[in-house]
Design a protein around this ligand. Structure first.
Ligand code: AMP
Ligand code: ZN
Length: 445
């Protein structure tokens, strides 16, 4: 069956033909590890995990290399690391390592709970600084970059097709972008490849003094290190098209004599929560970690896949409740089935630009053996034991009981609030009231 993918570069759905017919290479921009990832960040992780699984099904397990980097060089990380240093007499890079190790570990656990396979390689930027420096040197020699005031900048005027992924001209990009104005820039759109670090900021020795790489060059260097100059698929969220991916293309093509970086560029749409853009100030910012306290990971996974990856999606409590009951029904039907099969219609839907809503519709009308096979391909069978263990506890019912108890307390009906708590305790569910007014629960059996 032919896989077809929508390519942001051509703005059309194309037949997917890998460079090497026997091997597929895919790179997806990974997390910046300074804090818990939110549910929006989970979208590319789940979407590209489904693509990884589909490619493994089509080409064979050992014939797909999936690289997802870890951004552990970033100014947000540096700010957190300085706070964390708190007078200790240790190198700032050790503090960065401490912070990014901890955050990275939680991230890996959380996305594993969402049923995502570990990628083939997960390089961290701090371990590829030499490769970044080498690439920047190549760009300078090729006339694509210049040194100014301790910085190295990419000269966008040296690349006439700059803007080809975003489908925008330089003027349009300039109008839409938040451009950092700096006296050392030749053109306003020139972007940083290397910048100086002061003594308190993480830095590495380079031909341009002690400093650190810009974000974009991190991915260009790690992509090359694992997948070579040109590879098949590059993915990420739609917000990364410009400037991040546009700049990755400029750098990699500039350093590689014009050879294309990736042949298929895939971007997932944005996720909103209950109809609103997620933001800390609106108080609707939900981390994967928090959600996993209350919901089995596979419920979150199914809920994510009910929307087509390129469409904007609205994350709602109602949607999660529906996903939960669908999964329970499916597991009851599919679990006893020993031989699994991948249904035609189901596979055709996935091969049509990863049309998961259509694939799910196919599962709804499938025979148990096709249902079992489909669930397994979508990444559900590996984690089904967990939902089984949790099955005696109805998460939705508990969430409703907690909400009712909070409402009773607000109405100063403490008797009712205590009754709800005692009823939960009797079922082995311990409530913890948090200082911020929320309530968490734990199973004590
Ligand atoms: P970041 O750590 O902010 O670089 O984001 C990691 C990944 O999550 C990137 O691929 C982003 O495009 C993606 N992402 C961030 N916010 C959202 C969102 N609300 N919806 C969908 N994807 C998102
Ligand atoms: Zn990237």
């Amino acid at each position: 069956m032919t896989l077809r993918l929508y390519n942001t570069l051509s703005r059309t759905k194309e037949d997917f033909v890998p460079l090497d017919p026997a091997h597929v290479g895919m790179y997806v921009c990974g997390p910046t590890v300074y804090d818990f990832a939110h549910i929006g960040n989970a979208r590319p992780v789940i979407v590209f995990d489904v693509l990884f699984r589909l490619l493994r099904h089509l080409y064979g397990e050992s014939h797909v290399t999936y690289v997802r980097n870890v951004t552990d060089i970033d100014d947000k990380i540096n700010t957190r690391a300085k706070e964390r240093l708190a007078g200790r007499d240790i190198p700032i890079l050790d503090v960065v390592r401490e912070l990014t190790d901890e955050t990275g570990r939680v991230y890996r656990e959380d996305v594993a709970a969402l049923g995502c396979l570990p990628p083939t390689d997960t390089p961290r930027a701090t371990e590829f600084v030499a490769e970044m420096i080498a690439m920047i040197e190549k760009l300078i020699v090729a006339g694509h970059a210049y040194v100014a005031d301790g910085h190295v900048l990419f000269d966008v005027s040296s690349k006439p097709d700059y803007g080809k992924l975003a489908h925008r001209s330089l003027d349009e990009m300039l109008a839409g972008a938040r451009v950092e104005v700096a006296p050392y820039k030749r053109n306003a759109m020139d972007f940083v490849l290397w910048k100086p670090s002061d003594a308190q900021t993480p830095g590495w020795e380079s031909p341009w003094g002690r400093g650190r790489p810009g974000w974009h060059i991190e991915c260009s260097a790690m992509g090359e290190a694992f997948l070579g100059e040109t590879f098949d698929i590059h993915g990420g969220g739609i917000d990364l098209v410009f400037p991040h991916h546009e700049n990755e293309i400029a750098q990699s093509e500039g350093a590689h004599g014009g050879h294309p970086l990736a042949r298929y560029w895939l971007h997932n749409g944005f996720l909103n929560v209950e109809g609103e853009k997620m933001s800390k100030s609106l108080g609707n910012f939900v981390t994967i970690h928090e959600l996993l306290q209350d919901w089995p990971g596979e419920v979150l996974r199914l809920n994510m896949l009910r929307a087509h990856y390129r469409q904007p999606m609205d994350w709602t409590l109602q949607g999660m409740k529906e996903s939960w009951s669908t999964l329970e029904r499916w597991y009851a039907e599919a679990e006893p089935v020993a031989d699994r099969h991948i249904g035609e219609g189901f596979l055709a839907a996935l091969c049509d630009d990863l049309n998961t809503p259509q694939a799910i519709a196919e599962l709804h009308k499938s025979e148990p053996k096709d249902l079992a096979g489909g669930l397994s391909l979508l990444g559900f069978s590996t984690i089904s034991e967990r939902i089984e263990q949790k099955a005696p506890v109805d998460m939705v019912e508990i969430a409703d009981a907690i909400a009712a108890r909070i409402a009773a307390r607000k109405a100063r009906n403490f008797k009712e609030a205590d009754r709800i708590r005692d009823e939960l305790v009797a079922r082995g569910i311990q409530l913890m009231d948090n200082p911020d007014g929320t309530t968490s629960w734990e199973l004590k059996r």
